[in-house]
Design a binder for this molecule. Sequence first.
Ligand code: ADP
Ligand code: MG
Length: 237
Amino acid sequence: MTRAKHPHPPTDDADLLKRAASSWQPDVWKTGEGGRAHVLKTYERSHVLLRKTVCAWLIRREARNLRILEGINGVPQYIGRPAPWTLEMTWLDAEHMPEMKHSMEPEWFDDLAVLLRKIHRRGLNFGDLRRKNLMRSRVDGSPCLVDFAQCMHEPDTSSLFHRIVMRRAFATDDATLLKLKKWYCGGPKLTPEEQVLARNPPRHLRFGRWMKRGLYAPLMRLLGAKPRRRRKKKKRR
Ligand SMILES: Nc1ncnc2c1ncn2[C@@H]1O[C@H](COP(=O)(O)OP(=O)(O)O)[C@@H](O)[C@H]1O
Ligand SMILES: [Mg+2]
């Protein structure tokens, strides 16, 4: 599929936050300055067939989720959809997480758990809790989350879908958070209950991880899509 090689800035002062690596991904721009800055997430460089179908659906979905989360601190606020394949939201003055193990305090992850709980209470799971979507506010250090396209929504807690799917999705968010907390704070800093939970992740999650490691990753490598990540050698002193 042909696509414009270079992302086209939506305004003269726009900064590119993330460049799309494929037709399935958006370019993410920051426009404006300071507290009034906005973020534009756009699939305008995707192939027209994708842009008008899958990408427009993803943007619609993320817009819906941001509207549901309105008023929660630490998530972007929905502004609008300037085009069916473009989403506009508030900019969070936040930085990415450090890449160093054992470099953070457990209390920060307790705040993140509170943020996740607020999201769950609105009937949404997060579903993609990883470093690229997790940020730390430059203003007060609090946790922030971006990228809400993948969240599922089911506010009716008595529905079958909620009982079968959403509860597991919430448990997946909690277990992923615990994994991050362990990595960033070290096992001994977890509470005794957390240490037990970290040793026994939910069964559906273990199955998912096994599928990813044993089936998905080798298949992607076979197709040449996902090169094996090399472990960095430790520097000798
Ligand atoms: N509202 C926002 N405020 C600040 N930075 C953001 C915001 N939205 C996205 N970003 C930045 O852009 C990057 C990519 O955005 P994301 O929504 O995760 O795109 P993708 O769906 O391609 O993963 C994030 O990792 C973050 O650095
Ligand atoms: Mg992302």
